[in-house]
Design a protein around this ligand. Structure first.
Ligand code: NAG
Ligand code: NAG
Ligand code: NAG
Ligand code: NAG
Length: 494
């Protein structure tokens, strides 16, 4: 450093020192470097202003060393610098700022020299992988994609670095799994400011410490920096992906995953759209009797199977549960569902949701609320209605104020009840799906044959018979005894 400062103060005019000897050792033709002094167009490096050198088309960092030995500001462009390491930078004792653009550069994990006084490093549109990849930036999900590979410990030796700027690169940081920041950009010296502008960042194994750097003012990531992934990570990949999603948003979401309940495991697997991440919370078999009070707020998939839940009311009231698209509550002890709350949950959502309620203790279901909700949905042509799996519950087939309506509900919405053929009664009807049980016969048995109209008819017949009998009696009395009927005797005017 002292050496450099002296030169700086003396306004030292540097000369490119070329020795035939080293050129031959490095395999570069002497003419190329000889020409450097004479500003020839063939020269890979030219001094554009005082202490500022521009090199174009370099094929090796060794050539760089010879051409720009005393530069303070060095720009390398359109080059192919395989394995740029401390070894190559060591002779650049004057170097303050290094800019590499449009070049293939392999950053080596070898120790960078501590006495290298480099203060600013800019990598713009650089990549590390094979130059055979003729595939320019933008192609995603492709093994041929160019990317700039950052080895885990590459920055730790650049102790004087004040600015690290990475512009329009596809960055792939070699994080160690479960890394907590002790790798990659997390190893930048505390005095270094990291700036990522544009470009992409490999988000498959992205670590949250980058967001910590941004929040603590030690780094800036531009809004237009997006994610890319190199290979298929799962079968969800075509549908749920990180590709093209803004890096900052993905980082924030990753951070929210830290709210994972201790009994569960949480994972961000990608996105369907930016506001619909595939974020799963898996609490299966955790011995839970209530729902966790907090889960990552954008959770889309909740697996609570094989626990001892007795109700799921928290799903309807806790905002953390408002974005769920799939809830597996199978094999619990859920015995009731709050119909008003469920209805409110459905009506306040923008997309459908699936509840797996198999093998619980449900005997009743909020059929009234749901029937009106589904009917409204069918009328408006809505295809995305909530879905349920309901089998394995002791449905109360004795309750005539419930079961016929429940059967109608299951029948009318069977497309939204995948296991509708396995929804059965608790006891006698056990082996028959409720869809095949005639609850009308059970709940509204045929009335007795003696109907009201029959009663009236019989009464009328009796009256008629009595009238005829009375007439016959009167006639007999009159013929035999000359006795007029009672009515005639008592009727003065007849
Ligand atoms: C680098 O190459 C590109 C074409 O690949 C060209 O447009 C650009 O001018 C070159 N830059 C320099 C500094 O030679
Ligand atoms: C890029 O590579 C593909 C094969 O991987 C080849 O067919 C194509 O011609 C190449 N394009 C250029 C511009 O070299
Ligand atoms: C990305 O954003 C930065 C500033 O945040 C801007 O300078 C740059 O031009 C943008 N790049 C693209 C490709 O839009
Ligand atoms: C659930 O509770 C029952 C008793 O009510 C108990 O036998 C069972 O082990 C519990 N299951 C879990 C997963 O805690």
């Amino acid at each position: 450093m002292a050496f450099y400062s002296n030169h700086f103060r003396n306004n030292f005019i540097f000369i490119l020192i070329i020795t035939l000897q080293s050129d031959e050792i490095l395999g570069y033709p002497a003419e190329a470097f000889a020409n450097a002094n004479t500003d020839s167009i063939e020269s890979p490096c030219v001094e554009t202003s005082l202490h500022t050198v521009l090199c174009s088309g370099l094929r090796s960092p060794a050539a760089l060393t010879n051409a720009a030995l005393t530069a303070r500001h060095l720009t390398v462009t359109n080059s192919s610098l395989v394995a740029l390491s401390g070894e190559h930078l060591l002779p650049l004792t004057q170097l303050l700022a290094l800019t590499i653009t449009h070049s293939r550069v392999v950053l080596s994990d070898l120790v960078w020299p501590a006495r290298l006084g480099l203060e600013e490093l800019v990598l713009e549109r650089c990549w590390s992988n094979s130059p055979d990849t003729n595939n320019s930036n933008g192609a995603v999900n492709n093994k041929l994609q160019k990317y700039l590979q950052i080895p885990p410990k590459v920055w730790s030796a650049l102790t004087s670095l004040k600015t690290l700027k990475i512009v329009e690169c596809s960055i792939k940081v070699d994080d160690e799994p479960g890394g907590d920041g002790a790798v990659g950009f997390g190893l930048l010296p505390p005095s270094t400011f990291l700036s990522i502008e544009g470009g992409e960042y490999e988000c498959h194994s992205i670590q949250v410490y980058l967001l910590t750097l941004v929040e603590s003012g030690r780094a800036a990531v531009s809004e237009n920096t997006s994610c890319f992934i190199l290979e298929d990570i799962s079968k969800f990949n075509s549908y749920y992906t990180f590709n093209k999603k803004p890096l900052l948003d993905v980082l924030k979401l990753r951070k929210s995953v830290e709210r994972c309940p201790s009994a569960c495991s949480c994972e961000l697997l990608g996105f369907r759209s930016l506001d619909r991440p595939l974020l799963s919370v898996d609490c299966r078999g955790a011995g839970l009797t209530t729902l966790p009070p907090a889960i990552p707020p954008l959770a889309s998939s909740l697996i609570m199977s094989d626990n001892n839940l007795t109700n799921i009311d928290a799903v309807f009231s806790n905002p953390d549960y408002s974005r769920l698209a799939k809830c597996d509550f199978s094999n619990n002890a859920i015995s009731s569902i709050n119909g008003a709350a469920l209805l409110n949950y459905f009506t306040s959502r923008e997309h459908d949701v699936y509840f797996d309620l198999r093998n619980n203790k449900l005997s009743q279901f909020p059929v009234w609320e749901l029937t009106s909700f589904y009917n409204k949905g069918h009328r408006s042509g809505e295809k995305h209605l909530p879905a349920f799996d309901l089998s394995g519950n002791p449905w109360d087939c004795e309750d005539c104020s419930f079961i016929p309506y429940f059967k109608s509900f299951v029948y009318d919405n069977m497309f939204h009840i995948p296991d509708h053929l396995r929804v059965r009664c608790d006891d006698t009807g056990a082996l028959r799906p409720i869809l095949y049980v005639d609850f009308e016969a059970q709940c509204y048995p045929k009335q007795s044959p003696l109907m009201a109209i029959d009663v009236v008819n019989i009464f009328m017949a009796l009256v008629l018979l009595a009238t005829i009998a009375n007439f016959a009696h009167n006639y007999y009395q009159y013929r035999r005894y000359g006795k007029l009927p009672w009515v005639v005797r008592h009727c003065k005017r007849c």
